[in-house]
Design a binder for this molecule. Structure first.
Ligand SMILES: [Zn+2]
Length: 166
């Protein structure tokens, strides 16, 4: 007997799969041993690269799920905009109003820059995971930044890859 294909079910499965399928990418951490600078790049260069001072940089490639990184970054931005809104009002943020605002704006720019790089490395349109997606449940190591509660994925912690650096 032929198997009855349930099209609606198939369609639903496909949607679920798209909602939860990761998108592979790489973040490359670069360290100049001479200048002691660290930065990241979305470009993999097997031949290596030279810092502006003329020194060959140390490289460390970190495999990432672009969607996971995007989702965590968007959640950080959401939190930052909530904190910025609070800093306009009276209350807990008031005591560090001016420097607090500048710091939050700086953090927001880093999040935007990070997402720009993620978009550059993804071959197709990249969408965040749904609301209920939990990075830690998925085995992603997250470091919470005190006191704001922003979340740093392993891909954004260069000290993990260059442990000797201070
Ligand atoms: Zn250098």
């Amino acid at each position: 007997m032929a198997k009855v294909i349930n099209l609606a079910e198939r369609r639903e499965q496909k949607i679920q799969k798209q909602l939860h399928s990761p998108m592979q990418g790489w973040i490359v951490w670069l360290k100049c041993p001479k200048c002691e600078t660290r930065e990241y790049s979305e470009l993999r260069m097997p031949e290596g690269r030279i810092h502006k001072c003329g020194t060959m940089v140390e490289e460390h490639e970190v495999e990432i799920d672009i969607r996971a990184e995007l989702t965590v970054s968007l959640r950080n931005s959401e939190l930052i905009s909530e904190l910025l809104a609070k800093s306009n009002a009276k209350g807990i943020m008031k005591k560090f109003l001016k420097s607090g605002r500048a710091m939050l704006e700086h953090l927001e720019r880093s999040e935007e820059e990070y997402r720009k790089r993620l978009q550059l490395m993804s071959q197709q349109e990249c969408t965040p995971y749904p609301e209920e997606w939990d990075p830690e449940e998925k085995g992603l190591e997250i470091k919470k930044m005190d006191p704001l509660g922003l979340q740093l994925t392993a891909a954004r912690q260069p000290e993990l890859y260059f442990p000797d650096a201070s």
